[in-house]
Design a protein around this ligand. Structure first.
Ligand SMILES: *[C@@H]1O[C@H](CO)[C@@H](O)[C@H](O)[C@H]1NC(C)=O
Ligand SMILES: *[C@@H]1O[C@H](CO)[C@@H](O)[C@H](O)[C@H]1NC(C)=O
Ligand SMILES: *[C@@H]1O[C@H](CO)[C@@H](O)[C@H](O)[C@H]1NC(C)=O
Ligand SMILES: *[C@@H]1O[C@H](CO)[C@@H](O)[C@H](O)[C@H]1NC(C)=O
Length: 438
């Protein structure tokens, strides 16, 4: 199908709805950030936040074109610990896929605006037969087998990321998180849970890293088997029966909250969002989550975030998270099934040491909030600014595992020369796609 045809389709076409989906998700998310987290409202420039556009390349070739522009230094790694390139490439099974799967019709997970609870549930029951993500498909049924085989590759660490948007939305800034992860953790294995990237087009995006011998697998997740024998199994059954309100937020967000917990429970490892610059090796971390917010006065933590989580397989606290998810699911409240869920459960626990749980300080993953992060994108204008940039970069390199970029807010920011972000990208990426004007 040519691009021209894709973009001259009617407003009902999948392309159009995909873009609207992206915009809605983005706008709602941006607003949620403003209203949900405990930042003083006057600190937020709402116009700035709302005007930061999500990255939607102007044509579907965009990502593939950028892939072929790349020239990058060779990975610094010993070849004997990395398996034959072809093994991992084979596991991505790109050649098995047909064009139809590349077409990427998204799951219609956005409920109608302003619907009452009853109208929404009625709408959801009608939509259920189309919600492939809740079901097993022929492809998703291979999930467990593919993941287990992939983890046979002498993985120093098992990483997971989730990508539920269409492939064309996976831009250079999303790629950056994968790129910097492989640079800092070259012996690790990364599973990208994604139906859209588990395609030939997705394979092309990852190819620059696969060609360098890094172990990355894009795989279509299988929700029914992931939640099997966990408290969320009953939840899935209930939502599929149309008996619970999916809520007014896009269900994809809440499913991402669930799948990250389930996948860590089942396989163990590290879950990361796709908006990090990874700065450090994760080898020293076990059973850890990061503090996002703390009390200004007492410096005690107030909010945790699940954008980065490290857990042993079947860690009992993951079971508690899954139980809480199933028991308190609310699709109307932002963050309720994600960061606030972790915060709730962990605050209830008297003896964290029984769980061997480590609460990492903000500097581990969220050294800067989504308001102050703007300064990380600016070129230093004065000698004082330059000094601040230098010190900030040094401190981040020393103390931070991954810098969370709050992409929903920062995606539209220009990465200016010699800014903190510019410096970190230049020193921590391998393939280094053009992130600057995206
Ligand atoms: C908010 O940001 C916009 C765009 O950068 C700018 O034009 C506006 O002056 C800012 N407003 C405040 C109150 O800082
Ligand atoms: C999902 O499975 C249910 C039965 O378990 C079935 O009724 C429904 O049509 C399926 N939907 C899809 C998209 O396969
Ligand atoms: C799924 O696999 C079964 C058995 O191999 C096959 O009969 C069926 O046609 C497949 N379904 C699709 C949608 O490809
Ligand atoms: C905590 O660590 C100890 C020692 O490694 C182990 O025996 C115990 O099972 C762990 N507890 C949990 C809840 O993971």
């Amino acid at each position: 199908m040519s691009n021209t045809r894709l973009f001259t389709q009617t407003a009902k076409s999948p392309v159009f709805s995909t873009i609207s989906f992206a915009l809605i998700v983005f706008l709602v998310y941006a607003v949620a950030f403003i209203s949900k987290f405990s930042v003083h409202p006057s600190e937020i420039n709402a116009s700035e936040v709302l005007n930061a556009p999500p990255q939607i390349p102007s044509d579907t070739q965009n990502v593939a074109d950028k892939t072929s522009q790349v020239q990058a230094p060779k990975a610094e790694k010993s070849s004997d610990t990395i398996p034959q390139v072809s093994t991992v490439q084979e596991m991505n099974e790109a050649d098995e896929l047909d064009e139809e799967e590349d077409a990427e019709t998204p799951d219609p997970l956005i409920p109608p605006a302003k619907a009452s609870k009853e109208q929404r549930m009625e709408w959801f029951r009608r939509k259920l037969p189309e919600l492939e993500i809740l079901n097993s498909t022929n492809r998703s049924r291979k999930f467990h087998g593919r993941v287990v085989k992939f983890f046979d590759n002498q993985c120093a660490i098992q990483f997971f990321m989730i990508w539920f948007s269409p492939t064309r939305m996976f831009g250079p800034r999303d790629f950056l998180s994968v790129d910097t992860l492989m640079k800092t953790n070259p012996e690790a294995c990364l599973v990208l849970l994604s139906r859209s990237l588990d395609t030939r087009r997705g394979y092309k995006i990852l190819k620059p890293l696969l060609d360098r011998g890094f172990k990355i697998l894009a795989v279509t997740p299988d929700l029914p088997s992931l939640v099997k024998n966990t408290p969320a199994e009953a939840w899935l059954k209930k939502i599929k029966s149309g008996k619970i309100d999916p809520g007014k937020n896009p269900l994809a967000i809440h499913l991402s909250d669930l799948i990250r917990l389930a996948v860590l429970y089942k396989y163990g490892g590290v879950y990361l969002d796709t908006d990090f610059i990874i700065l450090k090796d994760f080898k020293g971390l076990r059973n850890a989550v990061g503090v996002q917010g703390e009390d200004q006065v007492t410096h005690k933590w107030t909010t945790l975030n699940g954008a980065a989580m490290v857990f042993d397989k079947e860690q009992p606290i993951l079971f508690e998270f899954l139980q809480e998810y199933a028991a308190t699911f609310d699709g109307n409240k932002w963050g309720h099934n994600g960061p606030y869920l972790l915060t709730r459960v962990i605050k209830r626990i008297d003896d964290l040491s029984w769980y061997n749980l480590t609460i990492l300080p903000t500097k581990a993953f969220y050294p800067v909030n989504w308001v102050q992060i703007k300064s990380f994108y600016n070129t230093p204008a004065t000698p004082e600014d330059s000094k601040w940039v230098e010190e900030t970069v040094q401190e981040l390199n020393k103390e931070t595992y991954g810098l969370h970029l709050w992409n929903k807010v920062t995606r539209g920011f220009v990465i200016n020369e010699r800014s903190v972000i510019d410096r970190l990208i230049k020193s921590h990426c391998l393939v280094c796609k053009k992130t600057y004007n995206s």
